[in-house]
Design a protein around this ligand. Structure first.
Ligand code: PTJ
Length: 236
């Protein structure tokens, strides 16, 4: 089944939020303009993000409906490679959707996804968007947030966390707020990061360099150049 049909089916089954289909369409448009590949700036940001996950005290990968349907096996692999916890954390939260997404992650081999019993809340957000788990996102020092909403990304940064976003829109509030902004498709990004985790593991110097060399503003400027160049080619 092609990706779009999988998401539509998952929305009918109540796993993906209806708004998730709109978000996916937006992502597809940016991916198309970027050439449906991981551009060099994306790989650089993925390297920096992976380095942060590997050196975190408490790394957490946040999973929503779209991420679970698009990339559950990739979430599992990256969680294993970086020893990160996984928390189902929804923008359009219902307990039923949380349960279905945890089930989907179990089917992909991930036994211990958090999120069913939230006991903390992200300051500055209204209930139930703020709900999270204390030993998960609330106490995490580094959080990977694929396809995140802007308000929540900003709120997590305000909590003092290193926030690594995966968002194909380089202009989104999430990309602007994140500490490390990965502009790439979520499935490709997580696959690249798992490979990079194996490459960087045990190499303290390479990890430090990956963090140090990443400059968000110039990275996003490079993405904007790639978009302009591709659009220019199309109109020529
Ligand atoms: O499952 P829930 O309830 O947590 O809701 C999830 C959505 C995605 C609906 C919610 O977080 C939301 O409304 O997000 P936004 O504000 O629409 O932002 C999602 C961002 O993800 C947009 O900027 C899209 O361009 C981007 N995006 C969409 N598909 C992909 C993507 N980025 C990377 N890979 C994709 N496949």
């Amino acid at each position: 089944m092609i990706v779009r049909e999988r998401l539509v089916q998952a929305a009918r089954e109540g796993v993906v939020a209806w708004e998730g289909l709109v978000a996916h369409g937006r992502g597809e448009a940016f991916d198309y303009i970027l050439g449906e590949r991981s551009v060099p700036e994306a790989l650089e940001a993925e390297r920096a993000g992976t380095a942060h996950l590997l050196t975190a005290r408490r790394p957490v990968i946040s999973v929503n409906g779209n991420v679970a349907v698009l990339a559950a096996p990739e979430v599992k692999q990256l969680a294993e490679a970086t020893e990160a916890a996984v928390e189902v954390n929804l923008f359009h939260r219902t307990e039923e959707r949380v349960g279905k997404i945890i089930h989907l992650l179990h089917d992909a081999g991930l036994d211990s996804a958090l999120g069913a019993d939230p006991d903390a809340s992200i300051p500055g957000l209204d209930h139930p968007r703020a709900l999270c788990v204390k030993e998960g996102i609330y106490d995490a020092d580094v959080v990977l947030v694929p396809l995140e909403d802007g308000d929540r990304a900003e709120a997590l940064v305000k909590m003092g966390k290193v926030v690594i976003s995966v968002d194909l829109n380089p202009l989104s509030r999430t990309s602007r707020a994140a500490t490390v902004a990965i502009v790439d498709d979520v499935t490709r990004a997580l696959q690249n990061m798992t490979r990079l985790a194996a490459e960087l593991a045990q190499n303290i110097d390479a990890i430090a360099m990956a963090k140090q060399e990443y400059q968000k503003e110039s990275n996003l400027a490079g993405i904007m150049r790639a978009i302009r160049d591709n659009l220019g080619r199309g109109s020529g």
